[in-house]
Design a protein around this ligand. Structure first.
Ligand SMILES: Nc1ncnc2c1ncn2[C@@H]1O[C@H](COP(=O)(O)OP(=O)(O)OP(=O)(O)O)[C@@H](O)[C@H]1O
Length: 217
């Protein structure tokens, strides 16, 4: 569904990607692993169309992402992709429920449909009881699960997660990974995640090892 082929990208003299390739299919969790500085995050951002590689191509569902203009690409990103970062980055003034609902509101989804989807996600992610609280009033793991719910609210085809469990203890990390695996299985979403944690990558369907900007699977 999404493939990156022979991506190259340098920041000045630093070679971040030196011909890296990776593919993820529908309903599959792909883990990008490797030492610090090996190019994992750069690869993720290129696959998500947030960074432009110097060379190579990214193909999503038959379209060459790297050839689309910025407007078309950002529209596609908003509709088809979801993002989770290391620190949940929820809006602090809003409750977990309102945070999860926000992208649906921005996409013009009706109130009834929004409420049904948000309830379903909060329930699936095990945070229904905390839904009325603000992010500062819940645990890091609960906030991160809310961030996963928010990223999934509009039913993206691909979810990108940069160290989604990096700031969590192993129990909460497991819960977040369970949620990602569940979403991949139930909604057939493709998940691309960056992780340092061998326990996380061991449960991914596909693992790509990055080293010096090159990927091997
Ligand atoms: N915006 C940038 N400007 C300059 N150099 C960058 C930039 N982003 C990444 N780099 C460099 O590119 C290389 C790859 O970085 P990247 O963040 O992709 O690695 P990583 O494997 O995700 O590392 P980490 O596990 O530490 O997050 C590194 O040498 C990094 O310093």
């Amino acid at each position: 569904m999404l493939s990156a082929e022979k991506l190259t990208l340098s920041f000045g003299k630093t070679v971040a990607l030196a011909g890296a390739s990776a593919t993820v299919h529908r309903g599959e969790v792909l883990a990008l692993v490797g030492p610090s500085g090996s190019g994992k995050s750069t690869m993720l951002y290129c696959m998500a169309g947030l960074l432009d590689p110097d060379g190579g191509k990214v193909e999503f569902d038959g379209r060459i992402l790297t050839k689309l203009n910025d407007d078309v690409r950002s529209d596609l990103r908003r509709r088809e992709f979801g993002f989770v970062f290391q620190f949940a980055e929820l809006v602090p003034e809003l409750s977990l429920r309102e945070n999860v609902s926000l992208p649906l509101e921005l996409n013009g989804v009706s109130r009834r449909e929004r409420e049904a989807r948000v309830d379903e996600l909060l329930d699936r992610l095990g945070i229904a009881e905390q839904a009325g609280r603000r992010p500062a009033k819940v645990s890091g793991g609960q906030a991160q699960r809310a961030a996963v719910a928010r990223a999934m609210a509009h039913r993206p085809r691909v979810l990108f997660a940069d160290e989604p469990t990096g700031a969590l203890d192993s129990q909460n990390g497991t819960l977040v990974l369970d949620a990602l695996l569940d979403l991949a299985a139930v909604d057939e979403t493709a998940v691309v995640l960056v992780t340092h944690d061998p326990e996380i990558s061991a449960r991914a369907h596909r693992v790509v090892q990055m080293r010096d900007g090159v990927a091997t699977s």
